[in-house]
Design a protein around this ligand. Structure first.
Ligand code: PMP
Ligand code: GLN
Length: 384
């Protein structure tokens, strides 16, 4: 008989992204729920991936990653933010941002340590904290602008606060931190031992000439931050599961101790391909331009429905308030929309531990034109 085990994550089921993508497939609906691009990637990336394997680039790499890739990452950060990270001791290539986040939490959190997160929160933070016995403290932000109240955040800090997690640009709200926010944060952590984890996977997707203020730019933040990025977002290759983490040497040394027993090293052919691709790329700004035109197209079309568009400053998610269309709860509304209008989205309540329902849902617009047009045609049936 299989022994019974006591779940360490009794409240966790399948993620909302899995649930809604499965429902979209079952209903044959346009899937604007889980965030992933459905357009082809640059053929050069495919070519380099094939080339890597054909050339015999199929074995373990150094734990911290392929040196050419770490060089390319270091250069990208200098170019974008004028901030230096040592390629031998301060950059580690990871199996996507999710692994980097999990391993950071594994590295830092012992039972009883408190971790502050900000809701609506991406789904992978809280379960990882709980697995290591950490205690989650939450600040909830609300529609329409999801701005941080810094006094409220300060009130959550205690002598047990080990880590604060920020997700900037933010999934799902699409908001970005301003210079004033950064200065508040600098004041907040001054004279504390709090470590920061900055999940910046949407760093290159900001709109209307708004600048992404990476924690790597601010010495007072950089000295205590793990900064995480994802090639899934940068190069439209979410399935390659490749990303990286940056931290000052003393923090990274501890991170790498856990990383080596977690994955040892990330996928070798993918690292080769991305390194070769990045060597030829100096400009990452067209990603934002491309997504901005998709955002604008989608927003313009949807503005003719009963959905109220929330601000979208960044990421590839457009959030909408549906309270003028329906009294249903947000998850029920998403089910209804998928089953009856054939468009799947994500309910915002899934990003709050207590399922706060403010009648807001999220659509992913990282889609080819025909997908967007099909979604729009279906959603226009909600015209009021
Ligand atoms: N953080 C955020 C905010 C995300 O939206 C995602 C998912 N795309 C991740 C982390 C995970 O990234 P990856 O697919 O590289 O693991
Ligand atoms: N980051 C993606 C999103 O927000 C989901 C990735 C996943 O399914 N884990 O939709």
């Amino acid at each position: 008989m299989t022994p019974k085990i006591k779940s360490k994550l009794p409240k966790v089921g399948v993620s909302i992204f899995t649930e809604m993508s499965a429902l979209a497939a079952k209903e044959n609906a346009v899937n604007l729920s889980q965030g992933f691009p459905d357009f082809p990637i640059d053929p050069k990336l495919t070519q380099y991936l094939e080339e890597a394997s054909a050339k015999g680039f199929n074995q373990y790499l150094p734990m911290a990653g392929f040196i050419d890739l770490r060089e390319a990452i270091a250069k990208k950060i200098i170019d974008a933010h004028d901030s230096e990270y040592d390629i031998d001791t301060e950059i580690t290539v990871t199996s996507g941002a999710t692994q980097a986040i999990f391993t950071t939490i594994a590295t830092l959190i012992s039972p009883g340590d408190e971790v502050i997160i900000i809701e609506p929160a991406y789904d992978c933070y809280e379960p990882a904290i709980e697995l290591f016995g950490g205690i989650v403290k939450r600040l909830s932000l609300h529609k329409p602008d999801y701005k941080i109240d810094w006094q409220q955040l300060k009130n959550l800090i205690s002598s047990k606060t080990k880590l604060m997690i920020f997700n900037n640009p933010n999934n799902p709200s699409g908001q970005i931190l301003r210079e004033t926010d950064i200065q508040e944060l600098i004041k907040l952590i001054k004279d504390t031992n709090i470590i920061l984890l900055s999940d910046e996977v949407y760093e290159n997707i900001t709109f209307d000439n708004q600048q992404h203020l990476s924690f790597v730019r601010y010495p007072e933040l950089k000295e205590r931050s793990f900064v995480i990025a994802s090639f899934g977002k940068l190069l439209h290759i979410t399935g390659w599961k490749l990303g990286y983490i940056l931290a000052p040497k003393n923090l990274m040394t501890e991170y790498n101790k856990a990383h080596q027993f977690n994955v040892f090293c990330a996928n070798a052919p993918a690292q080769y391909a991305v390194a070769k691709y990045m060597k030829q790329t100096t400009d990452y700004t067209e990603i934002a331009t491309m997504y901005q035109s998709k955002r604008d197209y989608f927003r313009k079309a949807i503005s003719e429905t009963g959905f109220k568009l929330l601000n979208c400053e960044s990421t590839y998610f457009q959030s909408v308030d549906f309270s003028a269309i329906s009294d249903l709860g947000d998850k029920e509304f998403c089910y209804n929309l998928t089953q009856n209008y054939n468009v799947a989205g994500i309910p915002f309540s899934a990003f709050y531990h207590n399922f706060i329902d403010e009648k807001v849902i999220r659509f992913c617009f990282a889609k080819k034109q025909e997908t967007l047009d099909q979604a729009i045609e279906n959603l226009l049936k909600l015209k009021i």
